[in-house]
Design a protein around this ligand. Structure first.
Ligand code: PMV
Length: 321
């Protein structure tokens, strides 16, 4: 069996994080500048079923039999086998690399899951559909996050902009005009499970207040959709900044994220917000393409440890890849 590799992009949530856990709509896009990659090759010297795992970015060097059966990778490999009808594994080597920062709101866990399940099923000569790959990644996400909405695994498995409501089929978004985003990393890792758990605890204390915030965020995502589909994209800026304010009210921002959002707004960005679970991780700014580098520089001066400029290309639904 020839060696196979597969990659999966990172992602950014443009609108609706946290509220999406409570069935409000959200919008997410793939970020191709960062990616996870899985390589699968035969291991002619090892016994059948032996899987050697090498993931240098998370310092994991082990074999499947030594890994906790509840580890997301064990669950994922078992999930691929099940999806293929109990397919027996030959001896193989699995190497995983990723340029997606971990615990930073860019979907590193889901991207690793998508890359691994795609590479493994392709290696076995039985490629799985995006739908099955997405649901396998969702199962692995549950180990990290407890109650993931499903937005990360969906946007990463399908690698296209999506409008997403938990528990419903997602809607692929057409994009009328290119949208340039500057993504900046606060450098502070944050646990999605903790941030989501904190919101849940506060929601239980004061459901009326938090439901109203979720409604407001959902409404912002609803208003953003036609701007992405028909333009003008520049009007997404104020909606992003309003979404950030609502996330501050939810208690998921941080002083460094607020500082970066302000720096982006002051350097000419049309709007800015934290992205993902918050508490650290990344923020996004919408910038006219010609000043994106200038906004990135301002963000670095305000403390960003890394910036990525990415453009969501204009795409009609018939241009599907
Ligand atoms: O921090 P991330 O990239 O895992 O994003 C989580 C997004 C949340 O809405 C906070 C949680 C979820 O499951 O949708």
């Amino acid at each position: 069996m020839p060696a196979v590799s597969a990659s999966a992009p990172g992602k950014a949530i443009l609108f609706g994080e946290h509220a999406v856990v409570y069935q409000r709509p959200a919008i997410a896009v793939p970020v191709h500048q960062v990616q996870a990659r899985a390589y699968v090759s035969a291991d002619p010297r090892a016994p059948q079923g032996h899987v050697d795992i090498d993931a240098p970015d998370i310092d994991l060097h082990t074999s499947l039999s030594e890994l906790d059966p509840q580890h997301p990778l064990s669950l994922l490999i078992a999930g691929v086998q099940n999806a293929l009808g109990g397919y027996p594994l030959p001896a193989l080597r699995l190497r995983i690399t990723s340029s997606i920062p971990i615990a930073a709101g860019l979907g590193s866990g889901a991207a690793v899951s998508v890359a691994v399940s795609r590479a493994l099923s392709n290696f076995l000569g039985r490629p799985l559909s995006d739908e099955v790959i997405s649901s396998l990644a969702y199962q692995a996400e549950q180990v990290y996050h407890g109650t993931p909405s499903g937005i990360d695994n969906t946007v990463i498995a399908y690698a296209r902009p999506i409008y997403f409501v938990r528990g419903q089929p997602f809607l692929p978004l057409k994009v009328a005009e290119p949208v340039t985003l500057v993504i900046a990393d606060s450098g502070q890792p944050a646990s999605t499970a903790q941030m989501v758990g904190g919101v849940a605890a506060r929601w239980r204390e004061d459901p009326a207040r938090y439901n109203a915030l979720f409604d407001a965020i959902g409404e912002i995502a609803r208003q953003a959709r036609p701007l992405i589909e028909n333009g003008p994209a520049s009007e997404l800026g104020p909606l992003m900044s309003a979404n950030h304010e609502a996330l501050v009210e939810l208690g998921v921002s941080s002083p460094s994220l607020d500082r970066l959002v302000k720096a982006a707004q002051q350097s000419g960005a049309l709007g800015a917000k934290l992205s993902g679970a918050g508490g650290g991780g990344n923020m996004l700014a919408l910038a006219p393409a010609e000043i994106a580098e200038q906004v990135a520089e301002a963000l670095q001066q305000a403390g960003a440890v890394r910036t990525i400029v990415t453009t969501i290309p204009a795409q009609t639904l018939s241009q599907e890849s």
